[in-house]
Design a binder for this molecule. Sequence first.
Ligand code: FAD
Length: 418
Amino acid sequence: MTDIHDVLVLGAGMVGVSTALHARMRGLNVVLIDRREPGEETSYGNSGVIDGGNLYPVAMPRDVPTLFRHALNRQTASHYHLSALPQVARWMFDYWRWSAPEKLEETARVMRPFFAQAVETHRELMTVAGAERYFRQTGWLELYRRPESLAAQDRRLALSREYGIDNVKLTQAETLELEPHLKGSFAGTIWCKGADTVSSPGGVTKAYAEAFVKQGGRFVIGDAMTLEKVTGGYRVQTADGPVTARQVVVALGIWSKALVAKFGYSVPLSAKRGYHRHYKAAGNAFLSRQVCDEDVGYVLCPMEQGIRLTTGVEIALPDAPATPVQVERAFRSARDLFDLGEPVEAEPWMGRRPATPDSRPVIGPAPRHEGMWFAFGHGHWGFTLGPATGKALAIAMQGAPQPLDLSPYRIDRWKQQA
Ligand SMILES: Cc1cc2nc3c(=O)[nH]c(=O)nc-3n(C[C@H](O)[C@H](O)[C@H](O)COP(=O)(O)OP(=O)(O)OC[C@H]3O[C@@H](n4cnc5c(N)ncnc54)[C@H](O)[C@@H]3O)c2cc1C
């Protein structure tokens, strides 16, 4: 096929699929390309929280006792490969700087308008895709075992109120009215009511991709790394032969770094790896929403396959062998709170959060390549922010008035070669 299309979207995770669908809904002739079927990498295995009430980014601890505990490498919330440290040291230092209290407040202020669109933009695509069966409009719970951990949230809750975020502090007894199968002793929870959750993040991503095809979009298996600049646009090699378009969107999650490097762009993107494993619920126990055990650092997620335990951060090179020690640690702690039975799969799943040190994604035009756009680096919240990103980018590609200020997300916030 030698036709020239309007847009090539590289990467069919939540970010790429949402961008392709929004561009198609605006009448553009779009080809979506992935080396796998849609929604089979990071967008498959996450916790399924659409966190419209998100305020502060996930920060690196800065006090010495907590840092020391993490350095011992026995935590559930974090794990690291010693061998990766020389390559990620600069990124870690920048992440540490961006975890200072005043920097977190700055990030919250910048990102808030974006998160505020998350639920609405997901529900819009949910309706287009007929994906209602996956959605729960029940919020999620942050569970605090220790009273001092719960009390430490008061400042954030006060700021949340200023932003109009709907969070409610609950006692254990009030929590049990919502989730009667939680057990053990804990100080209380914060019910984050400004979130939706889903029972299959991969299912939702695939449903949006199917809607894209139903609306006349084209999905093709291909290798994004073959992308080249040609007269009048960009070309990529696919299973259907070369495909060319005037504009291209790079939405390859963690793999974006290698592709943009080919075009001379440098981006501090590191993999915050994470794992999951599903377990059968014992007896008739169930959960109605995701519950994060904040003092330990994992999430209990009711999914189609069973209760998915998702882990915190593992600092490692993206393709280093899997070391799922956090899954076993999370499982041991989770049994304090919920009756978990047998694991569903033989091995845990591993994914790679595409993380920048300032916890902001990269969204916007490539400064030196007309018609090239970036949409990656959403870290902990790419499932949440995919549809809002896709909408903003589709609007930007058409040069229409933009409701979201994209300037904080430009790639040239880091020094680029001239
Ligand atoms: C354990 C865990 C829990 C999480 N929980 C949440 C949560 O509750 N809520 C939330 O919002 N976020 C969550 N996240 C983060 C979220 O999953 C990611 O931010 C998001 O999935 C990133 O989406 P993406 O589309 O950018 O990347 P991906 O989903 O990784 O998609 C990138 C795509 O690019 C394709 N690709 C790569 N290289 C090539 C190539 N050469 N050619 C063609 N295609 C290629 C891949 O096959 C893939 O389909 C979690 C992540 C993890 C690991």
